[in-house]
Design a protein around this ligand. Structure first.
Ligand code: ADP
Ligand code: ADP
Length: 226
């Protein structure tokens, strides 16, 4: 089963700038996949299209066999998104942010609370559950967004530059958590501009530059060519 298939995906923004010039790639279920590229390459645009936050100009997107154009709700329920920008209500308590997200997916509050407890504990945030999100450090906010993205138990977790601005110790613990989640069966795709991050976490990688995929291979063979 393929978790994600992009076929000839294009994006031209309203100002006429073409951010994606027909990208194609496939990510197998269970993979830990890096979309690697410099700032401005088109990573967030691609992620935005898959998570239906950005309209595509052309091409197709399929998530676990569901076509984005025909089956948006099925696609959405398969995906958990950790965006680059903090986009939660900073005046809400940590646990509420996670529990309320479950409401978007029709999950009852009791189940939502059990899952919030599980993920907040695993991410080292349980002691902070009653704090307003504004009182969390940057690394804690990032981990809160990971817990929120997992509460509906998505088959595919997508993270946009998950460790940007996170200090090394927290980064390591986030990496360990993501490896665990992947081992338990969740397919993970992350965008990054750090080769080191792709190297230590991912099995397969696509390199994107100026809106084009210039390499798509295993991380092992990429490292062998460097
Ligand atoms: P990355 O995530 O790899 O840094 P982005 O997908 O954010 O790249 O951006 C790709 C290109 O598209 C950049 O040149 C960026 O300036 C441009 N871009 C992004 N959003 C818009 C927009 N709303 N309108 C016009 N250009 C945009
Ligand atoms: P609202 O405008 O009511 O906040 P959104 O559509 O922006 O609703 O999404 C609500 C929350 O769900 C946001 O925090 C957003 O980050 C997250 N989200 C948006 N799209 C997806 C998706 N495809 N999968 C998982 N979470 C998503």
């Amino acid at each position: 089963m393929q978790a994600l298939v992009l076929d000839n995906l294009t994006k031209t923004y309203p100002n006429g700038f073409t951010a994606l010039h027909g990208i194609s790639l496939a990510v197998e279920e269970g993979d830990f996949f890096a979309l690697l590229g410099p700032n401005g390459a088109g990573k967030s645009t691609a992620i935005g299209i898959v998570t239906s936050l950005v309209n595509k100009s052309g091409g197709t997107v399929s998530v676990f066999g569901h076509d984005l154009d025909r089956d948006l709700n099925a696609v959405k329920s398969c995906i958990g998104l950790v965006p680059q920008e903090f986009n939660f209500n900073v005046f809400e308590p940590v646990v509420e942010i996670v529990v309320n997200q479950a409401g978007y997916y029709g999950i009852d509050r009791e189940t939502a609370f059990e899952r919030a407890e599980e993920y907040l504990k695993r991410l080292g945030l349980w002691e902070k559950r009653r704090e307003m999100a504004r009182n969390l450090s940057g690394g804690m906010k990032r981990r809160l967004m990971i817990a929120r993205a997992l509460v509906h138990r998505p088959r595919l977790l997508i993270l946009d530059e998950p460790t940007a601005g996170v200090d090394i110790e927290i980064r390591r613990s986030m990496w360990a958590f993501l490896r665990d989640i992947n081992r338990q069966g969740t397919t993970i795709i992350l965008t990054t501009h750090y080769l080191e991050e792709a190297e230590s976490l991912c099995r397969n990688v696509a390199i994107i530059d100026h809106g084009r995929i210039i390499e798509n291979t295993s991380v092992k063979s990429l490292l062998a060519t460097l």
